[in-house]
Design a protein around this ligand. Structure first.
Ligand code: N01
Length: 556
């Protein structure tokens, strides 16, 4: 690589001043981005609102929090030594172990010297005269940076719906996405959990084991497949580690970048007996590969119905009370909302200390001093757990006052929904990169390879700019518009847009209804590679003020 031309103004011993790059967020994305910045020889600062590194895995400490992608896949692959030396203990890693892993990564790659904890980025303002970003933090610091990389995560801005009377509640309340570090003891407590997405489904069985009584307030029943979690099989670990690079490469060729053991067959062209056998095998195997049972499950409603009915039958078999079983049985498309992976979820409703309260046809009316009211009935509670999710994909970005060219805010630019080129950059916001931003596969993949692919693409892009003397990069409007249309077109060919999911922003009142992730990891990676190979086709590359030349690279 040619020597980097960007000024490495200073080593970052203090939060103020000038640096080459500011990174926001110390989760998987931010940590790796910082490592790559070090590799490029750039000065970088990473600001993190939390009191330690870990991102999602720092905040989401609710009972039962664990990843629904298997440990040997949900980990970095950029370092062969790291992936060989780290030992996962369970098939699906618990939150605490992933947090430990990320702390290990921060130490192993000497990242901490550039990480500023307990520091929330409040604003990022682009100055057209200097072609630099000014980043303002909650600690009152102002840093000037050539590049600003948002590694803010897709699911990090918690959503607590507006409930009348919440402030009156005399008990304790918690959000799964911002769980007390010291843990919560629910022994002898009457607990209400609102929400039955992944966080609710993981926490409900464990809270039920502690609480004197648990009320689950369900608005939409969710499909969940048993995890069959357990100690990591050492033979499986040995086999994968013996050929890790190959294993990773194969998984990158999968639609969601993860080993779903895809079956190419159509559910509709398979006999009912074979279908049943396929679903049964996958139920027994456990987890998200259930969705790989047939190629048309996410494209044909009729095909999907066969999988949906299979899960409903399982619920009927597990849950003793037929009325409760029917209430728990979803009627929507399997996988349209994120499929959940559980340990003992449906079985929890056989416990005498658990009550399912349907709130689909009659919303929670209010929170009272002593509990919560539904259909005129007050449920007395000592604690309420909001498992009510996140303002996904855009929430954390739009919380920051990001202003690009002409002082235009990202909020204005995305007023009708997020608009990006490749999910990584936005017109009018030069040198601002969004790792796993809206318009990229992100949440519809194993997040870690998606993060690594973005980080590496961004690092290569910065190196290219340095090598060729470009000061700024931003997408062309034509490339961005075409990409947004393409993201929608791909989604439109699937069943994904047919339900009120957070992928569409449907969980946040007033949020524009736009399908945000891009479906298809392999074609996406190919597109990013092509763009880079063509000298960043679809981007406008701008020389520094000394050069005063704009080069639009829209070849191909
Ligand atoms: O949030 P969610 P989550 N009244 O949005 C309900 C990832 N994740 O934190 O469906 C009553 O899925 C809402 O009801 P409805 C994963 O990608 C991964 O559980 O809108 N209920 C829903 O049931 C996941 O998809 C892991 O009708 C209300 C629930 O709250 C994403 O994070 C673990 C309500 C929210 O479910 C988000 O999951 C955890 C109201 N007013 C999370 N408002 C793993 O890796 C909302 N709800 C395993």
């Amino acid at each position: 690589m040619a020597e980097v031309q960007v000024n490495s103004m200073e080593t970052s011993q203090k939060p103020g001043g000038n640096v080459d790059a500011v990174i926001v967020g110390a989760g998987f994305a931010g940590l790796y981005m910082l490592h790559r910045m070090h590799g490029l020889g750039l000065s970088a600062r990473l600001f993190e609102a939390g009191s330690s590194v870990g991102g999602t895995w720092f905040w989401n400490r609710y009972p039962g929090a664990r990843c629904d992608v298997e440990s040997l896949e949900y980990s970095y692959q950029f370092s062969e030594e790291l992936q060989q030396e780290w030992v996962w203990t369970e098939r699906y890693a618990p939150q605490s172990e992933i947090l430990q892993y990320l702390n290990h990564v921060a130490d192993r790659f000497a990242l901490r010297r550039d990480i500023y904890l307990n520091t929330r980025v409040q604003a990022a303002i682009f100055d057209e005269a200097t072609q630099r970003w000014t980043i303002e933090t909650s600690t009152g610091d102002r840093v000037s940076a050539k590049f600003c990389v948002m590694a803010t995560g897709c699911l990090s801005s918690t959503n607590t719906p507006h409930f009348t009377g919440l402030e009156r509640f005399a008990g304790s309340s918690y959000h799964t996405g911002n769980w007390p570090h010291e843990g919560v003891d629910f022994t002898d407590k009457r607990v209400g959990v609102i929400g039955t997405g992944s966080s609710g489904i993981q926490s409900i069985p464990l809270i039920a084991q502690q609480a004197s009584h648990l009320f689950v307030f369900q608005r939409t029943p969710t499909y969940t497949i048993p995890a069959h979690n357990g100690p990591l099989d050492s033979e499986v670990e040995r086999a994968i580690k013996a050929n890790y690079a190959n294993f990773r490469e194969q998984n990158k060729q999968m639609l969601f970048g993860v080993d779903f053991q895809y079956n190419e067959a159509s559910a509709l062209e398979t006999t009912p007996e074979e279908r049943q056998r396929e679903y049964e095998e996958r139920w027994t195997y456990g987890g998200l590969p259930f969705l790989g049972a047939f190629a048309d499950l996410l494209f044909s409603k009729e095909a999907n119905d066969t999988a949906a009915e299979f899960v409903r039958e399982k619920i009927r078999a597990i849950v003793h009370d037929p009325t409760i079983a029917e209430q728990l049985a979803p009627r929507t498309v399997v996988g349209c909302k994120r499929l959940c992976v559980d340990t003992g979820y449906y079985d929890t409703f056989n416990r005498s200390n658990v009550t399912l309260v349907e709130v689909s046809d009659s919303p929670i009316e209010e929170i009272t001093e002593h509990g919560l009211r539904v259909k005129g009935k007050e449920y007395e509670l000592d604690a309420i757990v909001f498992a009510t999710g996140f303002d996904a994909m855009t929430g954390s970005l739009l919380k920051i006052d990001i202003r690009g060219k002409g002082g235009r805010s990202l909020k204005e630019a995305w007023a009708e929904g997020p608009r990006t080129y490749l999910g990584v950059a936005t017109v009018g916001f030069p040198n601002l990169f969004t790792i796993t931003g809206p318009g990229s596969p992100s949440v519809l993949t194993n997040m870690i390879p998606s993060i690594e692919q973005h980080v590496e693409w961004i690092a290569d892009c910065i190196r290219y700019m340095c090598d060729h003397g470009f000061a700024c990069i931003e997408p062309t409007l034509a490339a961005q518009d075409a990409w947004v249309d393409h993201v929608n077109e791909v989604a439109g060919a699937t069943l994904y847009p047919t339900c009120n999911s957070w992928y569409l922003g449907a969980n946040i009142p007033g949020k524009p209804r736009v399908f945000m992730p891009y479906i298809g990891f392999p074609p996406y990676v190919q597109k990013c590679n092509d763009v880079a190979a063509k000298g960043y086709a679809g981007f406008l590359l701008i020389r520094g003020h000394d050069g005063e030349r704009e080069v639009e690279l829209s070849r191909g």
